[in-house]
Design a protein around this ligand. Structure first.
Ligand code: PEP
Ligand code: MG
Length: 752
């Protein structure tokens, strides 16, 4: 039977059409189990019944018609009890319900298994036989295995919207990625077409092909102009140079002439672009001059932009004349950079979870986002959506009353923001006089979220990955100096904490792919940079040079696991500082040696706090990764998102342990994970004794407002009370009430 089971499972899971998969399953199962009948009943939520969805053995015309109300009949009983039922003679069972349309009179023995996906009953799988007999254990496990496989197929079809009509409207459940509400039209982003994906084709309409090429040349030029402008506005002028090179190639008569020549030879426009680009890439790639070698990457990117336009001819970012809700399989920083901020109302993403970097980026930019929506995105194109970033819901074509309700919520939001803004120029002091530092997390967004923040007490975490991700190669030392100096000079007299490169995990460099089974446990952060001293040293030197005369730099190491990593990094910093100082000494410029800290985000450090204290100048707790690694829950995986909880007692104990050790060893400590910007999180952290918090721009004012409404002595009492209860949820309850009592219940929307 094992062979048959495997075959059925393979066929069912490979099928893209649910009805086809179910029909195949009932047919093959009847045959494999040598029974007289096999049927599938699907649970219908609104109708509160089980619908006969497929059968081999019952009357075919009963499919789609026979309905058994929930809790009725043996099928209903299986659904209710969520367990298998094996009956020698079903007709003798008190729950037996006769279904005349199905013509099941002849069947006596009955074996049924619930179809359950993620704790939810989706239906019941049944086999029946004329003979009176109990089914054997092997048959029971056969059916249970099939039911579990079928559950995945049904859940997937349901999630993808394959069970819905194209003009379906309703709600899809995802994960709350970034708070807020956005209402607008869906704009589905199509992934960039790769050169290698294009199949070469000929056609005999050269005139049409020239016209198509003309059209996309203009579109791509506009696209590049728009991007260059946005980078100029955000003062990332070094990135503008990349677009200028593209513009140059795009206008190069030789390059365009070669494409036209291919069209004249009968190739369609896309094939012509591919042929010319691939040839040029091959030529540039073997050149000895590194500058010219890099042009290969430029040609590839440009070629792919042209191809994308040619293949999705009707799409066009720059034709966006109204703000949109961006819908994409995966959101990246570079994708967001391609859309003007004023045109971006909300974000919907299939991949990612609450603390994936895409969600953090959306929060930093104050854009409501819902992650983990598994649905056919084509069915969403151009439809009106409400992104409910508090609850993680996506509403498709909402009815007017729902729209009204959400508009009211948005108005309330605005009022709250106005209220928070009243403390912009006030100090961050609690009602009982405890002063706290509120710093900024920056760097994830290509936009400058730096300059506008004169209210922050400095930068607590500058993620340096973006300048590396926005290019087709590692940025040069000088390019990095410009980018870091821009940040440091925006904060004269205030501390700026730069984190060394933390790629790996969910942040990949397009030109340095890392293929790993388990990227969050792999080659990430300091592990990678210590293996590449040439990259690490250049970055350290760039930070040091950028700090000259400003003297506000501190450097922080991500993903540290062992003390040796700190020792090696310290030696590299010494060397970088010596070399940079020697070079600048003749210009009488002195570069101050920066303080060096570590991020506490790998749990191993919790057990090395004492030994680590003398090696570094400060600690900063990365609660995003600390939670991920302590709870063994992937911060990117929507399936386990409800287990990811930065207020889990284990995480809170770790945080208490860190602050106690920091006091004991007189080590400055801050929190730079998302918990610092969370209304409840910041209260719990204040109660523990933390006084330095680094957070996204969009959280800064509301956290300041909360701080100014709180008393540390009251919070400490609440913490003691919560610790005595010893169960999850108590922190949210007690501290949530504290917020409500101060008229801040609105901040608890959604799960909090
Ligand atoms: C963290 O892990 O908490 C953190 C601040 O770093 P990142 O989110 O960039 O991994
Ligand atoms: Mg981290």
């Amino acid at each position: 039977m094992l062979k048959e089971l495997r075959e059925i499972v393979q066929q069912v899971t490979a099928s893209s059409d649910l009805n086809g998969a179910m029909n195949e399953l009932v047919r093959q199962t009847r045959h494999a189990m040598q029974v007289d009948c096999c049927s599938i009943y699907l649970r219908q939520e609104p109708e509160q019944n089980y619908l006969l969805a497929a059968t081999d053995g019952l009357a075919a015309k009963a499919v789609g018609h026979v309905r058994i109300p929930l809790g009725e009949g043996i099928v209903g009983l299986i659904g209710e009890k969520e367990e298998l039922i094996n009956l020698a003679d079903a007709q003798q069972h008190p729950k037996f319900k006769y279904l005349p349309e199905a013509r099941e009179d002849a069947f006596k023995s009955f074996l049924g298994a619930p179809i359950i996906h993620q704790r939810k009953t989706l239906g019941v799988l049944v086999v029946q036989q004329r003979q009176v007999r109990l089914f054997e254990e092997g048959e029971e496990s056969f059916l249970v295995t099939l039911a579990s496989q079928l559950a995945t197929v049904i859940a997937h079809a349901e999630a993808k919207g394959n069970l819905r009509s194209p003009n379906w409207h309703g709600m899809l459940r995802g994960l709350a990625g970034s708070p807020g509400v956005a209402i607008g039209r869906a704009w589905v982003w199509r992934p960039r077409v790769e050169l290698s994906q294009v199949k070469e084709r000929k056609a005999d309409d050269a005139v049409v092909q020239h016209e198509r090429l003309d059209k996309v040349l203009v579109q791509v030029e506009d696209e590049l102009n728009g991007m260059a402008l946005r980078f100029k506005e955000s003062q990332a002028s070094e990135s503008v140079a990349v677009f200028e090179v593209y513009q140059y190639i795009l206008k190069d008569p030789v390059f365009i002439g070669l494409i036209r020549e291919q069209i004249e030879r009968g190739w369609i426009a896309g094939s012509a672009v591919k042929r010319v680009c691939e040839k040029q890439i091959a030529q540039f790639s073997v050149m000895s001059d590194p500058y010219l070698r890099e042009r290969a990457a430029d040609i590839r990117d440009l070629g792919q932009r042209l191809l994308t336009r040619l293949i999705h001819e009707d799409d066009g970012l720059l034709t966006l004349d109204e703000p949109i809700i961006l819908v994409a399989d995966e959101i990246s920083a570079t994708l967001i950079a391609e859309i003007p901020r004023s045109k971006l109302k909300g974000i919907v993403s299939a991949k990612g979870s609450i603390n994936s970097h895409a969600a953090i980026l959306a929060r930093a930019m104050g854009i409501p986002a819902v992650m983990g929506i598994d649905h056919s995105f084509e069915l969403l194109e151009d439809r009106t959506l409400i992104v409910d970033g508090y609850n993680g819901d996506l509403l498709v074509e909402p009815v007017p009353s729902v729209l009204r309700e959400y508009r009211r919520l948005m108005a309330e939001e605005e009022q709250m923001d106005e209220l928070f803004d009243t403390v912009r120029n006030e100090s961050s002091v609690t009602l009982d006089g405890v002063s706290v530092s509120l710093l900024l997390n920056a760097g994830l967004s290509a936009d400058s979220d730096i300059a506008m923040n004169d209210t922050a007490d400095g930068v607590g975490l500058f993620r340096t990955e973006i300048p590396f991700m926005m290019r087709d190669r590692f940025p040069s030392e000088q390019e990095q100096v410009i980018s870091y100096r821009r940040v440091m000079s925006s904060y004269v007299g205030k501390p700026v904490c730069m984190r060394t490169l933390d790629v790996g995990g969910d942040k990949q460099l397009p030109y340095f792919p890392i293929v790993e089974e388990n990227p969050f446990l792999g080659w990430r952060g300091i592990r990678l940079t210590l293996d590449h001293p040439e990259i690490f040293l250049v970055q350290l030197k760039a930070m040091l040079r950028a700090s000259q005369g400003l003297d506000n730099l501190s450097i922080m190491l991500p993903m540290v696991t062992s003390l040796d990593e700190i020792r090696v990094a310290r030696r590299m910093l010494d060397r970088a500082w010596r070399e940079v100082s020697a070079e600048t000494a003749d210009q009488q410029g002195i570069i101050r040696y920066p303080s060096l800290g570590v991020m506490i985000e790998v749990p191993a450090l919790l057990y090395q706090l004492q030994d680590m204290a003398p090696l570094v100048d400060f600690w900063s707790v990365g609660t995003n990764d600390l939670t991920q690694y302590l709870l063994a829950v992937d911060r990117n995986n929507g399936r386990v998102a409800d287990i990811y909880d930065a207020l889990h007692p284990a995480v809170l104990r770790a945080l208490q342990q860190i602050i106690d050790a920091a006091r004991h060893y007189a080590k400055p400590v801050s929190i730079c994970g998302e918990l610092a910007g969370d209304p409840i999180g910041v209260l719990v952290l204040l109660a523990m004794g933390y006084r330095r918090f680094s957070m996204n721009n969009s959280n800064l004012m509301r956290v300041k407002y909360i701080v100014r409404q709180s008393r540390c002595d009251e919070l400490q009492k609440l913490l003691q009370e919560a610790l005595n209860h010893r169960h999850t949820g108590v922190f949210k309850g007690l501290f949530g009430r504290y917020l409500e009592q101060r008229g801040l219940g609105g901040l608890l929307r959604g799960g909090r």
